[in-house]
Design a protein around this ligand. Structure first.
Ligand code: DQA
Length: 151
């Protein structure tokens, strides 16, 4: 049986299934499968089960965040939805589980429309511009937030 309190959701949004081949100058050449493998392995070291999901749809992201509401937390790369999805923001805001937002690229060094995140103000943390290492930082951050709220 899954211990939800020791489970973290790694959630990737639209176009992140193409990691490895999509715009390597921005996102590098590591595939999503490899990212997931690394985060699952780090979770093992830190004593949590990491479940991985990727969806290209906004509603799919909302549904997965709802389903993870009793988890230790969520590490989420919302992709472009970060910049305009109020539905995703409301989902992040609605759940007790801390959600740490991750962007692989330095969105502030890119087009101006990427400088806004509607989800970041309700996130428990924000990591950007660290490449795929950001996912591992995000996992450490979300577990720290979870420990804080339980203490
Ligand atoms: C991204 C940044 C977003 O602006 C973009 O739409 C993505 C990826 C990142 O990880 O750097 O899809 O979230």
């Amino acid at each position: 049986m899954t211990d939800t309190a020791r489970t973290v959701l790694l959630l990737n949004g639209p176009n992140l299934n193409l990691l490895g081949t999509r715009d390597p100058a921005q996102y590098g050449t590591t595939t999503l499968a490899e990212v997931e493998r690394r985060v699952v392995a780090l979770g093992g070291e830190l004593g949590v089960e990491v479940v991985c999901a990727q969806t290209n749809s906004e509603g799919g992201m909302v549904d997965r965040i709802h389903a993870a509401r009793h988890f230790a937390g969520v590490v989420m790369n919302p992709g472009a939805y970060a910049h305009y999805s109020i539905a995703l923001r409301d989902a992040v805001d609605a759940v007790e589980a801390p959600v740490v937002e991750v962007h692989i690229s330095n969105v502030y060094a890119r087009e101006e429309f990427r400088h806004t995140s509607v989800t970041a103000p309700v996130a428990a943390g924000y990591v950007a511009g660290c490449g795929v290492l950001g996912y591992e930082l995000g996992l450490r951050a979300v577990l720290a937030r979870d420990a804080e709220r339980r203490s």
